[in-house]
Write a protein that binds this ligand. Sequence first.
Ligand code: 13P
Ligand code: SF4
Length: 348
Amino acid sequence: MVASQISDVILAPARLDYTPEVARATASIFERVRRVIPEIEWPVHAPYIAAINELKRERNAIILAHNYQTPEIFHGVADLAGDSLALARQAARTDAEVIVLCGVHFMAETAKLLCPEKTVLIPDLEAGCSLASSITAEDVRLLRHRYPGVPVVSYVNTSAAVKAESDICCTSANAVEVVESLNSGRVIFLPDEFLGRHIAGQTKVDVILWRGHCEVHERFSAADLRLYREQNQDVQILAHPECPPDVLAEADFVGSTSGMIRYVDQRRPTRVVLITECSMSDNVAVEFPQTEFVRPCNLCPHMKRITLPKILHSLETLQYQVVVEPAVAEKARRAVERMLHVVERPTQ
Ligand code: 13P
Ligand code: SF4
């Protein structure tokens, strides 16, 4: 028998120790999250949380986390958390030298567009998005050719190259406002078909759609929602607009991830179900202990690529830096800034 050759050995990252100092340094964080993180898991998370929080101060770094990040990231190490719009605004305002974006790649790219002079890191470069990968810059050029003169509104869940071909960006929190700000009878909206249909139902503007879908939200069905209602007395159903239209029709409220949090905060329902990614309910439940969260679970595999060990690695090595080609960045930035201008203008 010929002995096989071993050319490389990949070591598992060293497990950090749960020392009494680490336990003390993270005790107040554990008190906050103990209803959503089992006590038995804390010795695994806590050493990373302590190390990350120390290193981010040394690096003058800020950690921005999307609402779909796991609770140990969201409550343990994030300086600021929110929906896509909030992350973009916070990135634009920070004084930190380094931004670690715990979310998916388009979010980190948006941060880089708004802070070109800062180091923007994503802990895993493979954290993509099915919507962002459903359309290319070339597709947008073809759409423009087919519908000359019709403005292009691109959802923030797109690459910088697609944003660069667009007139303006939007997020699910401001899509109708952005579409109407263009004063055009017709717009091309891309790439999320379901969000586009939802917008079309709320405006007189004629919306030309693209067939992109979120692989997480398209899996919910109207039958699922009816079942949650049947099985949970007085449940309020809140759905993200990336869900299919028949799902949205069954919901009591449709809104962005921050819109859902606002709804729970203002209405304080006894029982709620969030028709969106798994971690949302855990993260929000920490803030609202009186509300019962019914938890259907559709995971975003891209969001879940971000973990505490990868965040620590990112801060230690300053990897992986998000880079956008300057010519693309300049045009894409214009589309994002135009959106921020629309949402930040004083209301008349
Ligand atoms: P929000 O902007 O509502 O946070 O949504 C981002 C996203 O990727 C939803 O799937
Ligand atoms: Fe993209 Fe859907 Fe994941 Fe959001 S939940 S990042 S839209 S794949």
